[in-house]
Design a protein around this ligand. Sequence first.
Ligand SMILES: [Zn+2]
Length: 544
Amino acid sequence: MTPPLDLAPSAPGAPRREKSSGGVKFYLTTPLYYVNSKPHIGHSYTNIAADALARFRRLEDREVLFLTGTDEHGQKVDKAAVQAGRVPKEFTDQMSLSFKDLWKTLNISYDDFIRTTETRHKNSVCRVWIELQKKGDIYTATYKGYYCTPCETFLTDEMVRQQVAAGQAIVCPDCKRPAEAIEESNFFFKLSKYQGWLTERIEKGDEMCILPQTRRNEMLGFLRVNKLEDLCISRPKNRLAWGIESPLSTEHVTYVWFDALINYISACGYGDDKAGDRFKKWWPADVHIIGKDILRHHAIYWPILLHALGLKLPKLIFAHGWWVQGGQKMSKSLGNVTDPVEIVRHYGVDSFRYFLLSETPFGEDGTFSEEALISRFNTDLANDLGNLLHRTLTMCEKYFGGEIPAGVSKKSGSVLRNHVNVLVPVLVPLMNKLAFSEALSEIWSLINEANKFIETSAPWTLSKQGKTEELKKVIVPLMEVLKAAAQSVWPFMPNTGEAIWGQLGIKEKLWETPFKKDMWGFFEKGGKVSKGAPLFPRIEVEKK
Ligand SMILES: [Zn+2]
């Protein structure tokens, strides 16, 4: 098996336009990743999807704030640090870097990376405590109940009641480990008070939308059947010191989930008196991209907390599915992690990005396998896109010495021309609902039409017959298609987009060239190609 040619990486630090475009703002976030273990394929999936959306929005001339980061407090981190023989801060510094390294490897163009141990975040969390207390939405109570230490959650009364009724030992419903009986004084947030309000919001979908629809229905079902209990938002320091101290008590730190959710507002300046209009400019978020396992925190706790603070709700919460291998969720705790760095080393970063976003509709579960990745690579990347580029440029060199004929574009290519001009208008609504696989198949339908156009117009025959004018009307339209393809695949495969762009001899930077209303006609003034090595040499799999 030959590994694919390594593409030249983009300019360091994820290139983008130097000045903000002044276009309509777009604020998107990923979850903050918990640093108790190293990043795996699930984290990669979320950030690759977010990156594709962020880059697409930038090409639409939107002003983008793309936020990711790390969640660094809580018992699990505290324990992992002890096991690693480190103090928590040292441990989280190191783990946080392993996420940053992966984002570099995967070409993730985030604008801000927030760590919950940063001062800006701690200040916001304190402001939230104080605001909620002013509103009368926080109270203290002695809590007697069962607690799962690994999951850092209390069991609900209902969970305990069911297990007692069944005569079982009390275990955590998530991890099945024994739960501890504890009694302590804590702060509670009045979640229950807002249940009716939230149910109505989700039913109406007027302020906040949850996608896919099945996830929205799941949340509504949950709210209709269960009575929300108030949320315990503190932990006693004597049990856990690694957290953000509550401004209301020196004996308590903030519950890690409560702390983590607040990052979405702390990153854009909530509670920072020096931030000026920054918060007003960016909030509410346009989309929170999350995995389906943390939907309840985002679709129930978070909107209620925002509402209690008098803030707007995020416009969209999108919960994506999981990648499974052998039918089990891939995560560290199950010990079947597929290391994203290894995959990239073998197959290249763009093949990995392309596979994850094209193989399965975003929102559904997918099955990851090397065979499936190789098959996509050979079919879509090597055969369809790679061949279109390589043979078009080869013909341009052979027939026109690499010069793209001028004055031809605007009077040629009727079918391809329509297809190119409607491409972005077709992609926009798909990207609005994060339908990445559908967007990619739209781009591929253009690529395949261009490949068919080569077959039906048989440029080699035109060349033999000396029909130069007709030959120009075959080659130039193909250049227009390749330019449109380079630009529209760039959000998904940045290196590939830039490599095609370079081979087409385009001098402007791709990331500084927003989509135009009519894409066709770029090569009206001609140009000069500079053909490179094939981008996607086929992967030959040895037969066993
Ligand atoms: Zn548990």
